[in-house]
Design a binder for this molecule. Structure first.
Ligand SMILES: [Zn+2]
Length: 371
């Protein structure tokens, strides 16, 4: 059985390829290719990591946001626990069959979302390492620094050498992508550090099939729309819930390029859609059914409307005076263009059209093998 490593570089927009050619791409071996593919919508972390790991759309695996709100209880939960995933992940399938797996994450929320106690796998995060992890890999740099991601990859490489897993998944944080312009010294240094560790990893595991992709891209944002306020002017009561919302507010102040809107009175949904569609900065508004049809989202897990902004626009309810002086964020259709790099791939490049194609490929190959 061939062994696989998948690396998800959080926020690695295809635009970054124009700023820094990565050596791990240049040094490609045979059966290797690089192409631009689509991420899932909404272009946020949890939705895409779970699509990569299940090979399914959000309508199947149920993770349609980083945060899930219920209008009935007026209560929301961060989707950071494995029990919220409604499809089998590669970790579930492999661990059921006693195959060795490794999960290395920069953000701890992805560790708790991706694996559960039943998964017989090795996992660690840079954000919350255990005592044993620190003995093994040393103290990780702050999760809010450009050095966290290279630590995660380096530590994963060490573990891969030790336990030789059939499947390894390494997923990073987009702190540097949010914080720094792609041309800045910090961003260049961040990519260089990641690049060096990926090159080492490839060199040490020449026989592995390796895929490197992203969960979403990143754009500069300077226009803010407060949808609750806009609808209020028409006496429509609503709750707008940022899809990007997570506990890493330092990254993006919960301002993202798409948002779910829950309308208090269902009679107002169509009217609200019309009003929002006419706002400057709004690209597209879809009802639940349209979001299921067009974006493969699960109706029970989203608002009455999903509103998507133009490249420059974010949604939120902070006063304009509090808007960050420099903001890079994601969640809209303008952040769905991402690279996919394959090394030693046994499958042709045409097969891979989205980041989740990696998951479908790994799961289908395994199922064919055991059948
Ligand atoms: Zn992300």
């Amino acid at each position: 059985m061939k062994k696989t490593i998948v690396i998800c570089i959080d926020g690695w927009d295809s635009e970054y390829l124009d700023y820094r050619k990565m050596n791990f791409i240049e040094s490609n071996k045979s059966n290797s290719f690089t192409k631009i593919v689509d991420s899932m919508m909404p272009s946020v972390t949890n939705v895409n990591n779970i699509s990569i790991l299940t090979g399914q759309y959000p309508s199947k695996h149920g993770i349609c946001s980083n945060y899930n709100y219920s209008i009935e209880t007026n209560h929301g939960v961060y989707l950071e626990e494995n029990r919220y995933i409604q499809s089998e992940t590669i970790f579930d399938i492999y661990s059921k069959n006693d195959l060795t797996t490794l999960l290395a994450t920069s953000k701890n929320k992805l560790k708790t979302l991706i694996v559960n106690n039943l998964n017989k796998n090795t996992s660690f995060s840079a954000e919350k390492p255990s005592k044993e992890d620190i003995i093994d890999f040393g103290i990780p740099p702050s999760i809010y620094s450009i050095k966290a991601n290279s630590w995660t990859i380096k530590s994963a490489a060490k573990k891969i050498k030790e336990i030789n897993p059939e499947f390894s998944y390494i997923t990073l944080t987009d702190y540097a992508m949010h914080k720094f312009h792609p041309e800045s010294e910090e961003s260049m240094e961040h990519l260089k550090l990641i690049d060096e560790e990926i090159c080492n990893l490839i060199e040490q595991n020449m026989e592995y099939e390796i895929f490197i992709t992203a969960d979403h891209g990143m754009s500069e944002k300077s226009n803010l729309i407060n949808l609750e306020q806009k609808l209020n002017k028409f006496r429509i009561k609503s709750k707008a819930v940022p899809i990007i919302k997570d506990k890493h507010e330092i990254h993006h102040s919960n301002l993202g390029g798409s948002i779910y809107v829950y309308i208090h009175n269902s009679k107002d949904v169509n009217e609200s859609k019309k009003i929002i569609q006419n706002l400057k900065g709004v690209d597209e508004v879809l009802t639940k059914s349209e979001a299921f049809e067009n974006l493969n989202l699960k109706k029970e897990m989203i608002g009455d409307l999903i509103v998507m902004g133009d490249k420059n626009t974010v949604f939120g309810d902070i006063p304009k005076s509090k808007f960050p002086r420099y903001l890079r964020s994601h969640a809209s259709k303008h952040e769905t263009s991402i690279p996919l790099v394959a090394i030693n791939s046994h499958k042709i490049s045409d097969y891979f059209i989205e980041n989740k194609s990696i998951g479908s490929y790994i799961i289908n190959s395994y199922k064919t093998l055991v059948e």
